[in-house]
Write a protein that binds this ligand. Structure first.
Ligand SMILES: *[C@@H]1O[C@H](CO)[C@@H](O)[C@H](O)[C@H]1NC(C)=O
Ligand SMILES: *[C@@H]1O[C@H](CO)[C@@H](O)[C@H](O)[C@H]1NC(C)=O
Ligand SMILES: *[C@@H]1O[C@H](CO)[C@@H](O)[C@H](O)[C@H]1NC(C)=O
Ligand SMILES: *[C@@H]1O[C@H](CO)[C@@H](O)[C@H](O)[C@H]1NC(C)=O
Ligand SMILES: *[C@@H]1O[C@H](CO)[C@@H](O)[C@H](O)[C@H]1NC(C)=O
Ligand SMILES: *[C@@H]1O[C@H](CO)[C@@H](O)[C@H](O)[C@H]1NC(C)=O
Ligand SMILES: *[C@@H]1O[C@H](CO)[C@@H](O)[C@H](O)[C@H]1NC(C)=O
Length: 433
């Protein structure tokens, strides 16, 4: 009884995803490609390890003072709550104050007339999120690397994090390098880095290379991760994400075992196999005493306005306010969510799942719409006059929703730091921290 119903629902969802995701996705994929091509040209071909030369001023390992109001109760579900208007403390930075924002995210500069989307604060029902303090984050990251791994949505979160801390670092004490498939921001005096690694499927695929990949054709190597993993080894904080690239069609071409044997896989089956490969990598490469791993839940899309406004037939374009009341879009697959949950539960390595889907679901107002890029360029006047075709309802404007994801990530880092600091009292500090 239960099973056929599930399948019916799934195939219905699949059909919808099949018919409606492509248009939006093509733009996402092209943006991603062009971006990386540009990054490639701009990069100075230096090797990553050269960035980790001997920095100055790291000698003084200052303790981070974690006060009572920095903590959030461990019982509190920070993912349940509501968006409250707060034009006093938000946004946490401005487009002008952050030189590292790419054109894809600077909606206001690209012509978006309203700015309300920048002024909402996420308020959990049962507690308060700690206020973001860039100095504290830098102290936590002293001598460490924080790396975001995933697709272009994840790149938005990376840029948000860089913008949230960079303003407190003086000119000349910070740097930004593009070394495809990575981007690396360094706070020199802290010997701390915030990095991004392009891996849209987490496991290896033909979409991993900056220049040599086709946009629509995709082929995922579900059991291959070693090449990527080399760059993740020893990184202190790893934040993974992968979703929208899988959802282009209900099936996906992939290999497993024999690299010459290409087969069409169910997306859900393929996703599961890929995550298992990733899980195995974690189990044999992560040192839980020195490394922390996070997994971001899917970032929701707002492609179909009839989902929150029955009877309409638009998308996220021209939306200025968050959704009130309960809402979950059909683009956010609970089947995929379940797969992630099951895999994380079986892991020996602790992975913190940041379930940001629900809170972001409300934010139909916060996507780049027609004020982002397509094929590496801002939309033309003609394209802008056709938001039904050209609005991007996948990516987010910055400042915006990804800042909240980072505030939650920060809250977890603070909490963990607190635990390490307590450990210090009875163990040798240097060996753990
Ligand atoms: C902040 O929002 C309030 C309430 O909407 C409004 O009255 C006020 O003018 C706003 N302040 C700024 C600086 O935008
Ligand atoms: C600087 O940070 C890197 C990366 O975390 C680390 O490998 C290196 O040991 C640090 N250097 C010093 C001198 O602390
Ligand atoms: C898989 O590859 C074949 C051969 O290139 C192609 O015809 C088919 O459309 C692909 N399937 C998907 C789901 O992309
Ligand atoms: C996908 O997987 C489900 C459950 O495992 C199965 O019922 C369905 O037939 C599969 N779909 C395709 C297109 O292979
Ligand atoms: C946007 O919405 C407002 C009302 O909410 C409407 O007056 C306006 O015409 C819309 N703009 C476009 C370009 O659709
Ligand atoms: C994430 O949050 C959603 C909405 O609150 C919930 O339905 C889902 O079960 C959660 N996922 C996990 C893995 O906890
Ligand atoms: C993993 O997390 C659980 C619950 O937070 C904790 O009890 C356990 O000690 C952690 N294990 C490691 C290896 O950090």
């Amino acid at each position: 009884m239960h099973q056929p119903q599930m399948m019916k629902q799934n195939s219905w969802l699949d059909r919808r995803i099949q018919s409606l995701f492509p248009v939006a996705l093509v733009s996402v994929l092209i943006v991603g490609t062009v971006r990386l091509v540009l990054d490639d040209l701009r990069s100075n071909h230096s090797q990553i390890f050269q960035l980790y030369g001997k920095p100055e001023g790291f000698k003084h390992r200052k303790p981070v003072f974690v006060s009572e109001k920095d903590r959030f109760e461990s019982g509190c579900n920070v993912f349940e709550g509501s968006w409250v208007w707060d034009n006093v403390t938000y946004p946490l930075y401005t487009e002008e104050s952050c030189p590292y924002l790419v054109k894809q995210t600077t909606c206001r500069r690209n012509g978006r007339p309203d700015s309300f989307y920048q002024n909402w604060r996420w308020q959990p029902n049962d507690c308060k999120l700690p206020r973001f303090d860039p100095f504290k984050l830098l102290d936590i990251l002293r001598g460490k690397r924080l790396m975001f791994i995933g697709d272009s949505v994840q790149r938005g979160q990376f840029e948000s994090m860089v913008c949230m801390v960079q303003s407190v670092i003086p000119e000349g004490k910070k740097s930004f390098h593009r070394i495809p498939p990575m981007k690396i921001f360094k706070a020199e005096e802290y010997n701390a880095s915030i990095e991004y690694y392009w891996a849209p499927f987490i496991v290896e695929s033909i979409s991993d290379h900056a220049t040599k990949h086709t946009v629509l054709k995709r082929l995922v190597n579900l059991d291959s991760i070693a090449k990527h993993g080399k760059s993740w080894e020893g990184v202190d904080v790893l934040v993974f994400e992968s979703y929208v690239w899988w959802m282009y069609k209900p099936t996906i071409n992939a290999t497993y075992g024999d690299p010459d044997n290409i087969e069409e896989y169910n997306v859900t089956a393929a996703y599961k196999l890929a995550l298992e490969t990733w899980a195995n990598w974690l189990e044999s490469n992560i040192n839980p005493l020195t490394q922390q791993v996070f997994f971001m839940s899917m970032s929701p899309t707002h492609l179909w306005s009839w989902e929150w406004n029955p009877g309409s037939n638009e998308n996220c374009f021209n939306e200025s306010y968050p959704i009130q009341g309960s809402y979950w879009g059909t683009g956010s697959s609970l089947t995929i969510m379940e797969i992630i949950k099951n895999i994380l539960q079986e892991l020996k390595t602790n992975v913190t799942f940041l379930n940001i889907t629900q809170l972001s679901e409300y934010r139909k107002d916060a996507h780049t719409t027609i004020y982002g890029e397509q094929k590496g360029k801002l939309l033309t006047k003609e394209q802008r006059s056709d938001p039904k075709t050209f609005a991007d309802c996948i990516h987010w404007c910055l400042p915006g929703v990804p800042d909240t994801w980072n505030q939650i990530l920060y809250a977890h880092l603070l909490q963990k730091h607190q635990i390490f600091c307590n450990l210090k009292e009875n163990k040798n500090f240097e060996t753990i921290y």
